[in-house]
Design a protein around this ligand. Structure first.
Ligand code: FE2
Length: 347
């Protein structure tokens, strides 16, 4: 006996458990936590540490033998699962000149953000999308996609996808395509041209998109970096010096995909952004410049093409060091929006 009196319902709880019931009164704190609590600590991957692995992968891994020559950033908090932060993966894909990454499609959502990818192209549903510096290319759910490097240099780009979310829901479907089907690669921009301009759409194209099963995601797949940079230069900064753009679906004005939501942010040199925390998760890619972020109890000093995470409900603030700096931020915010679970605090 330890001196603690047995609770009067102990026998009942044991009987309920044996019969595959749980009493709510015994465990409501576990069922309804007071606030979110991210499993993962914020994490930072430096490009300069990572670059040698891209060299090795390019030399040691023949593209013919693999689905994708991609290397995924993994937070050990997920117990060995291939996961970067809750719901999201971040990676870099490396292609040698002439390499083709075999076409396929899946229910997970993905994006590519071109860092050093001049000469590479991503083909999405029969549209050839260039990957010039700063270009964002969407590969929405069940859209056929493949990649090819037609240039003379090795290419690398940043990828993000939501396999952890989709697999957590056990809703992953995957269809392989054919590596040898030449017609897949022999396409031009195609209907991507219909979505090139802001403020003008073809009503017939909008109707076709609405009628298609794919109506939930953006009909525009390619967001040129040139346009992003011009908009960031033109727009006014918020009080904390940050300029934030959301990549949107031109038909709805909302997120580009129901379960991936992307942002571009320019930080003013020396001005720390107001600390904020939110219910969604974010992976940040440093597009240009250098600076420092405080995320939870970690401080990351970052440079171009570094990647770091902002796990959900974790305070984060950023400051650019020597000049203005640009971040690309991929999130699962739109999932929380659809579920009515968006909550954000600033301090
Ligand atoms: Fe894919």
């Amino acid at each position: 006996m330890n001196g603690t009196p047995a609770r009067p319902d102990a026998a009942l709880i044991a009987a309920l458990e044996a019969a595959h019931y749980h009493p709510l009164w015994d465990r409501y704190k576990a069922i309804t936590p007071m606030a979110p609590s991210a499993k993962d600590a914020p994490m930072h991957w430096r490009w300069r540490d990572f670059a040698p692995f891209t060299e090795r992968a390019a030399r040691e891994v023949p593209i013919e033998d693999v689905e994708r020559r991609a290397i995924i950033m993994v937070n050990p908090a997920f117990g060995g699962a291939t996961q970067t932060t809750a719901n999201l993966l971040g990676a870099f894909t490396i292609l040698n000149p002439g390499d083709r990454a075999v076409p396929h499609r899946h229910t997970a959502s993905a994006i590519r953000f071109a860092t050093r990818a001049e000469g590479a192209f991503t083909i999405v549903n029969g549209r050839r999308c260039a990957m010039r510096e700063g270009d964002l290319v969407l590969t929405p759910p069940m859209c056929w996609h493949g990649h090819i490097n037609l240039g003379q240099e090795r290419t690398a780009w940043f990828d993000a996808a939501n396999m952890p979310l989709v697999c957590g829901l056990d809703a992953s479907f995957f269809e392989p395509g054919s590596r040898s089907e030449e017609a897949f690669w022999e396409v031009d921009e195609g209907d991507e041209r219909l979505w090139a301009g802001a403020g003008m759409v073809a009503p017939a194209a909008v109707a076709a998109q609405a009628a298609a099963a794919s109506g939930a995601h953006s009909p525009k797949y390619h967001y040129p970096g040139e346009v992003t940079r011009a908009l960031l230069a033109a727009m006014p900064a918020a009080a904390d010096g940050a300029k934030t753009l959301r990549y949107t679906n031109p038909v709805t004005g909302g997120a580009v995909m129901p379960s991936l939501d992307c942002y571009a942010q320019r930080l003013t040199r020396g001005a720390a952004t107001q600390a904020r925390r939110a219910t969604w998760n974010a992976i940040c890619l440093v597009v240009a410049g250098s600076g420092r972020s405080t995320v939870g109890d970690k401080t990351f000093n970052w440079e171009q093409h570094d990647v770091f995470t902002i796990p959900h409900w974790t305070w984060a603030s950023h400051v650019a060091a020597d000049a203005d700096a640009d971040l690309f931020i991929v999130t699962d915010r739109s999932v929380f929006e659809l579920l009515g679970l968006v909550r954000e605090e600033v301090r």
